[in-house]
Design a binder for this molecule. Sequence first.
Ligand code: IMP
Length: 200
Amino acid sequence: MKIVVATRNQGKMKEIKAILNDVGMEVVSLDAMNIDIDVEEDGETFEENALKKATEIMEVCHEITLADDSGLEVDYLNGEPGVYSARYAGENATDEDRNQKLLKALEGVPLEKRSARFVSVIAVVFPEGGKIIVRGTCEGVIHFEPIGRHGFGYDPLFYMPEYDKTMAQMDSKLKNKISHRAKALQLLTEELKAVGTEQE
Ligand code: IMP
């Protein structure tokens, strides 16, 4: 099965490709399809944004299209940055700027109040109609300083006590097994297999 993945985030693309290739799917990037449109992520939920992105790209390429919307929810900040995770420190900010802003927002907050989760919602839309939406989450706490050099985004601040590591200290093999995106992709592959079986 060929699937167009609607993301320009290289970190996400790598993770999605590794997991979908493992189950025998051919992953095609927007660049490979010569698609150069930006879909505005103006929804209030991860589901709305993922579905909007997948639908708009599918309408251009007429292939099965996958889009993910993800982010970090920090309980002490009432779920922020949430759907605004990518823009948390402004449009042209870097991962480091966002991590520093988050550390500042949590200044003086003790470990037991720093609970957070990564959320990944993946939508797949089919040209002949039909869609699949899945959600994966991964629980952790926001560390007091960034540690580690793997991954991307908020990974250096996302500490998982059961591994005694931040996500940026994990190699890609481990992250791809336990992350929010891995969980959503796992659910997705199960649903895609069910669709494949139905079509046989
Ligand atoms: P979007 O899904 O492209 O809107 O961006 C979500 C933002 O959430 C990213 O730019 C990252 O800052 C953050 N994010 C999403 N998934 C991860 C992850 O696996 N690790 C670290 N940060 C992430």
